[in-house]
Ligand binder design. Structure first.
Ligand code: CU
Length: 320
């Protein structure tokens, strides 16, 4: 049995590198130009756009790694497989400086890149994570006001109140009126205050790229600026009981003037039929042990659900 001469051995490293760079480049171009525009959650809001961008960048970072692993695997099977009749062992290899250096540099660059990119995207204002939570590390640009006017760049406050098994939206700048429908004005900085009346839920407005846990006794803040008109799917994203799967509805992003007339319309209706007076005063969290008594009066007034607590529309199979 003859051992192969180093001179007759093809330059495997160079070969692998050339095949890899062509495939990796092709994959990254396809990801960026073909896949990126269709990636979730779309580009309906600033937060959603950042998430879409992050997923595209991570896919572009991952594709060359995956391609290298698969390429090396296939190359080994084809080129280095044992030939029939060859029972000899492979050559032992100790310390290949080139391979070791390439490995250490390659993995270090990948990990550091992911660390820096991930941190910047999480922390930077309007980034995918946006540094939000019960005490956000940055504030959304926009004027804090007690009432909201179209075209004034006022920040809109929306309280999201979760309970088994529905979401209610409360608008403190419109007299604290409540709606079971999420309505948002386009091109407006919005601050969500997410809370819960009972168990842990999660407010997930999919197309807006907003996902925030709804915990009892916690005011969880999330920011978003919707950039396009359209409807939004709102789902509960935390297993919260028997009807968790049915805890979803649809919201709408509408022009600022339409939003203003809708909101003032609901406000004056709830004012005239006594709902606003019967609702608990607006606070950032509600005490579920106090709310149910208040809530009992509301269905008889307006059939309203929500922060008043533990009320479900007549005929609803989930009536407790
Ligand atoms: Cu839920």
């Amino acid at each position: 049995m003859t051992t192969t001469q180093p001179a007759s051995e093809p330059r495997h490293g160079l070969r692998l590198f050339l095949i890899w760079i062509i495939l990796a480049l092709a994959a990254d171009l396809v990801i960026w130009f073909v896949w990126y525009p269709h990636l979730p959650p779309g580009d309906m809001s600033d937060a959603a756009r950042h998430q879409q961008f992050d997923i595209a960048v991570l896919a572009i970072s991952a594709a060359p790694v995956i391609i290298f692993v698969l390429l090396y695997f296939i190359y080994s099977l084809v080129v280095w497989r044992a030939r029939p009749g060859d029972d000899s062992d492979g050559e032992p290899i100790y310390g290949n400086t080139k391979v070791q250096a390439t490995w250490i540099i390659g993995t270090t660059v990948i990990v550091l890149w992911l660390f820096v990119f991930g941190t910047v995207e999480l922390v930077v204002p309007a980034g995918a994570g946006a540094g939000e939570g019960p005490s956000p590390i940055w504030k959304l640009a926009g004027t804090q006001t007690t009432s909201w006017t179209a075209g004034a760049n006022d920040m809109l406050q929306v309280q999201v109140i979760a309970q088994q098994w529905t979401f209610t939206y409360r608008y403190p700048q419109f007299g604290g009126m409540e709606s079971t429908e999420l309505m948002l004005p386009v091109d407006t900085p919005v601050t969500f205050h997410v809370t819960s009346l009972d168990v842990i839920h999660s407010f997930w407005a999919y197309q807006l790229g907003v996902k925030a846990d709804a915990n009892p006794q916690v005011d969880n803040v999330a920011y978003v600026t919707a950039k396009a008109l359209g409807s939004v799917t709102v789902r509960c994203n935390e297993l919260c009981g028997l009807w968790h799967g049915a805890m979803f509805n649809y919201g709408h992003v509408v022009p600022q003037t339409s939003f203003e007339s809708w909101a003032s319309g609901v406000q004056s209706k709830e004012q005239s039929d006594g709902v606003l007076a019967a609702l608990p005063p607006y606070t950032l969290t509600y005490d579920p042990t106090v709310i149910p008594q208040l809530g009992n009066a509301l269905p008889t007034i307006d059939g309203i659900t929500g922060a008043a607590g533990y009320y479900y529309p007549p005929g609803d199979p989930v009536t407790p």
